[in-house]
Design a protein around this ligand. Structure first.
Ligand code: GDP
Length: 181
């Protein structure tokens, strides 16, 4: 949105749990629509939070046998959004902890990093991974995406609420810095 308020964008594979994370973060069930028919969102949706900043729900990617055209459409949508918002934006890329980083996640990560946007990666649905396996699972995600040790990778669960504080913590400095400008 071009009103100067900072933005936090959320992006990830269809069904990764994006809507659930956005809803859980702000404690509002109906903010972003969770869906049992993935691949539906084909637009960029804006939610004004506390009148101070925007949550931006970017279309999911990689639904079923998404054709090349679909990927191009996704890239075009995301790119036109990013062109407008890049300087006010922090982007949260969501990867399913149970599924791991798929080749499309890796592509999306590389593509988004290449655009020079500030990125955070969150691993969703960690409640589905037994505690004893979590460190290993996160290491594999780090390896697949080529994340350095300092790169923020935050395990979250919209169901249990785990990691929500940490995700907020990663996003807040950006919101505060933008508000001071
Ligand atoms: P989106 O397509 O990325 O917006 O994903 P949704 O938020 O609609 O969630 C897709 C599916 O994953 C739904 O069936 C959710 O109930 C489920 N889901 C979302 N978050 C979690 C989570 O933290 N843990 C578990 N176990 N399932 C989740």
């Amino acid at each position: 949105m071009r009103d100067g308020r900072p933005e936090v964008g959320f992006v990830g594979r269809s069904n990764v749990g994006k809507s659930s994370v956005m809803n859980r973060l702000v404690g509002r069930k109906g903010l972003a629509k969770t869906s049992s028919t993935p691949g539906r969102t084909r637009s960029v949706n804006y939610f004004l939070i506390n009148r101070r900043f925007w949550f931006v729900d970017l279309p999911g990617y990689g639904y079923a046998k998404a054709a090349k055209d679909d990927r191009r459409e996704w890239a075009a949508l995301v790119e036109s959004y990013l062109k407008d918002a890049a300087s006010r934006l922090r982007l949260v890329l969501l990867v399913d902890a149970k599924v791991g980083a798929t080749p499309l996640d890796v592509q999306a990560f590389e593509y988004l990093s290449g655009l020079g946007v500030a990125l955070i990666v969150a691993a969703t649905k960690v409640d589905r991974v037994p505690r004893g396996q979590r460190a290993g699972v996160l290491r594999v995600v780090r390896g697949a995406l080529g994340l350095g040790d300092d790169f923020p990778l935050i395990p979250v669960s919209a169901h249990s609420g785990e990691g929500m504080k940490e995700l907020w913590g990663a996003v807040v400095p950006h919101l505060e810095a933008s508000t001071r400008e």
